[in-house]
Design a protein around this ligand. Sequence first.
Ligand code: SAM
Length: 266
Amino acid sequence: MTDEHFRELLDFFDLSWRGYRKVRKGVKKRIIRHMGECGVKSMREYLNLLRENPRIREQCKILLTVSISRFFRDKMLWEVLEKKILPDIMKNESPVNVWSAGCACGEEVYTFKIIWEQLNKKSNIYSQLYLLATDINPEYIEKAKAGCYGLSSLKEVPNEIENKYFEQCKSSLLFKVKDHLKTDIVWKVRDILDTPPEREFHLIFLRNNLLTYYGDKIKEKALEDILRVLKPGGYIIKGAHEKIQVSDTRLVKTEFHPHIYQKTTP
Ligand SMILES: C[S@@+](CC[C@H](N)C(=O)[O-])C[C@H]1O[C@@H](n2cnc3c(N)ncnc32)[C@H](O)[C@@H]1O
């Protein structure tokens, strides 16, 4: 498949050519396989099929997702959450509502659970947690529920945390998160571009998905919707290489970390 054809496909879904630059090769392979399964030989035929057939369109959309993630991705951020942001929220709020939007296979969600547990043990503040984890790809959500990972996903996990929260699976080289980390997590297959969840959140993780892989029009509208369910004073977290562009002044960069933004209070 030529770059030109791949670009036509991305344009069809309003996805970003630049956003896919590092993963193009692998994603192209999946699409070529899908085209073969659908019995089409050219991008023109494929695009026509996508226009006509919602089921095939849905399959293609899922094939365009990228699950790259790891525990404690952007390490400093987790320190700031543990030391500054969360203690502050927990002091005043219970339950604390957290949404991992585009959670892939759960690495971000379980990382959050680890720091939440550590914090609860250290401090004498007790707060309940509502942790919503959503992704458009049902396979990723199933993998997240199982909680088994290869060593490369754990490369940023400190040893003492690995020993405490993971166990090696007997018959493979995989590491499994311990069962107690799986409590209080609501996993849902859900498209970030659909109407957002009905509750308001104190903390939203929006890292390495919408802001990287989507085109400007889709991004702006979806971000507006997501911000509507962020509580005034709540925090939204972007990925390390992403930009948040909001048309109004509802978001301010926090002094604690360049990727954490706070919604201004009315
Ligand atoms: C690269 S992973 C990022 C995972 C995690 N947030 C992180 O930063 O490590 C991107 C995830 O976003 C999901 N995603 C992409 N488009 C989505 C959409 N429209 N709705 C929900 N999830 C989506 C993908 O399926 C994938 O699991």
